[in-house]
Design a protein around this ligand. Structure first.
Ligand code: FES
Length: 257
């Protein structure tokens, strides 16, 4: 039975109307379908096709191409573990194995209570906080097998959990509604960018560096002549040292876990 009501149809039409070319709204429309149906259903595909005046096959082609669109029901919390190279060697593989055991599910499977869907994900461009996990697309940084188990247990028990760089976590359906373009008022919660991501920016500010506006070769020669390059080398060494210190601290944290 479809859960798509007249109100949802109205919202799907409103999304399409945001764009000069209505079919540009297909991606957020599919997120809205997921927020209501818990997955991409045949009825959701038909609704999008009808509103956009395209075929169901065209909608289906998009829905099956992107991994954020799910054909099977998703639990209340979609828990992703990055197992791409850097996260894997920093502990992502161990986290994923521990969670599979703890939750008694495999990749892309949901716990019997319908609370957690576990999946391994590719690089989230968050390698400076490896190993990272995502819950409903929000970052959980510097994870360990122990903290990962604590995280899913808290979610299953209904405790309030906050992303390490974002807002309080909501359910997957609620997050899907945000991705469809209907804000939940939490956009300003959390720090956004963390210290590790800002090391380069802070170094640039301390040294009054700025991006060249053009004429790169000439500018490079001038910086070498003025000794800026030497300063830069010293700063890079400083950045390496601070990164190494951070990693050592993380490693010590993991051991104490
Ligand atoms: S490898 Fe995991 S975020 Fe890049």
């Amino acid at each position: 039975m479809t859960l798509l009501t007249d109100e949802t149809f109205g919202e799907l039409e409103a999304i399409a109307a945001r764009y000069p070319e209505p079919r540009s709204g297909l991606l957020p429309m599919l997120h809205l379908v997921q927020s209501v149906e818990g997955r991409i259903t045949p009825e959701g595909i038909e609704a999008c096709a009808e509103i956009l005046g395209i075929s169901a096959a065209e909608v289906s082609g998009v829905a099956t191409f992107y991994t954020m669109y799910k054909r099977k029901p998703v639990g209340d919390y979609l828990v992703g573990v990055c197992t791409n190279t850097l996260c894997a060697v920093m502990g992502g593989d161990a986290i994923f194995e521990r969670l599979k055991d703890h939750l008694d599910v495999g990749n892309d499977e949901t716990t019997a209570d319908g609370k957690i869907t576990l999946e391994h994900v590719e690089c989230n461009a968050a390698c400076d906080y490896a190993p990272v996990m995502m819950v409903n697309w929000e970052f959980m940084d510097n994870m360990t097998p122990t903290s990962a188990v604590r995280l899913v247990d808290d979610l299953r028990e209904g405790k309030e959990v906050t992303s390490t760089r974002g807002p309080r976590l909501c359910t997957w359906k609620e997050a899907e509604r945000v991705l469809a373009g209907f804000p939940d008022g939490r956009v300003d919660e959390g720090p956004g960018a963390g210290a590790a991501s800002l090391v380069g920016l802070n170094l640039a500010r301390q040294n009054s560096w700025s991006a060249p506006s053009g004429g790169g070769a000439e500018r490079k020669d001038k910086s070498i002549e003025s000794g800026t390059a030497e300063t830069k080398g010293g700063a890079v060494a400083q950045a390496d040292t601070s990164r190494a210190e951070t990693e050592t601290e993380q490693e010590e944290g993991k051991k104490s876990d």
